[in-house]
Ligand binder design. Structure first.
Ligand code: KG4
Ligand code: ZN
Length: 341
């Protein structure tokens, strides 16, 4: 029988302080996420200095809670995995220092994980009580990463083997949701607000542009954002109230169409077995419905709780690094900018 490997994951790259314990890269024993949304709401976005201070306040409580929920102590762990980047430097160091302290104090291997890699591994995680155990994603995979800071298409041929085919040339998809939300007067965080407003809107009310970026696997969302801005300005000049729900629905339809169409095309062209969607925007209902509504490819999308930032995904990715001997030394530093491939 193979040895059971339990890894503590720690995530603090942006505005969630999170810790989780995952067994053998897949079975979720616990996951705790302390969100800072309320703190940043009044600034309309993440305030980096406030974020790092809050991480310091909560990180040990969150780690303790993750161990308690898993009914484990540090002695039961095999390694500690932590987000090394990309993210906010001041936030990343809080998780990194906590992980280093645990690694040194408990003599556990330290594993630095790329946050984007973490998002991908969310799809390997299942609740420990799930029977039968869900099938794991099959390589080669076409991976669409859609978060607040990144939007890219990756061909993933094996564990830890990423080939970036294209990425956004301007705004990330999540960033576009956040900026458009602000434009039409919806609260932070923009993604969930736009989704909510869109439910009561007509996606055909406005025809917003879909930048096709033909001949590349790149995306662009700034033209779409500007198109929304133009409509908003015109309505304001005419002293008319904003049809917020229609604007949200029409914007969302254009963004989802751009993401869906290009991902499907890439999946066909690279003849992959399956598609995997990861990152905060994968929580979007319209995006999920687009991918789950087709039968050409099996699509993996994490459960809602694992779409946005969490530490289970870091522990899962950490496991595949661990079994491949990719552990790190205690002088490991954070990498605020760190491409996946
Ligand atoms: O992955 P994530 O939690 O953090 C980063 O790594 O960036 O992604 C956060 C992003 C934000 O831009 C947020 O607006 C977006 O994901 N998001 C959504 C939804 N939930 C979160 N976008 C669209 N629809 C949603 N339901
Ligand atoms: Zn993220």
């Amino acid at each position: 029988m193979t040895k059971t490997v339990r890894i503590l994951g720690i995530e603090s790259s942006c505005d969630e302080t999170a810790a989780a314990v995952v067994e053998n890269g897949r079975a979720l024993l616990s996951s705790v996420v302390a969100t800072q949304i309320e703190l940043h709401k009044k600034y309309g976005g993440v305030f980096p200095e406030v974020a790092s201070r809050q991480h310091i306040r909560t990180i040990y409580v969150v780690i303790d809670e993750a161990l308690q929920q898993a009914h484990l102590s540090f002695a039961d762990l095999d390694a500690v995995a932590v987000t090394r980047g990309p993210g906010l430097a001041g936030s990343l160091v809080v998780g990194m220092n906590a992980a280093k302290g645990i690694s040194l104090g408990r003599n556990l291997p330290l594993i630095g994980v790329n946050h984007l890699e973490g998002h991908i591994y969310s799809s390997w995680v299942y609740n420990q009580d799930t029977v039968p155990v869900p099938l794991e994603p099959q390589f080669p995979l076409m991976v669409l990463l859609v978060s607040g800071g990144h939007t890219e298409l990756n061909l993933v041929t094996d564990h830890l083997n990423y080939q970036r085919l294209g990425a956004t040339l301007d705004d990330a998809a999540g960033e576009a949701f956040d900026k458009v939300a602000r434009l039409i007067g919806l609260p932070y965080p923009g993604g969930p607000s736009v989704q909510k407003a869109a439910m009561d809107g007509d996606p055909h009310a406005y025809t917003f542009p879909r930048a096709r970026m033909e001949g590349t696997w790149n995306f662009s969302f700034s033209g779409l954002k500007t198109a929304v801005l133009r409509v908003v300005r015109k309505l304001q000049e005419e002293n008319r109230s904003l049809p917020v729900n229609d604007l949200a629905a029409s914007f969302q339809a254009a963004a989802v169409d751009a993401l869906y169409t290009k991902t499907m095309k890439a999946a066909r062209e690279y003849d992959v077995k399956e598609i995997l969607i990861a990152g905060g925007v994968s929580a979007n209902k319209a995006l999920r419905e687009a991918f789950l509504g087709q039968e050409e490819f099996k699509v993996h999308i994490p459960p809602l709780a694992l779409c946005t930032d969490n530490a289970a995904m870091i522990a899962a990715a950490g496991y595949y690094r661990y079994i491949n001997g990719k552990t790190d030394a205690l002088d490991l530093d954070v990498m605020p900018t760190w491409p996946l491939s």
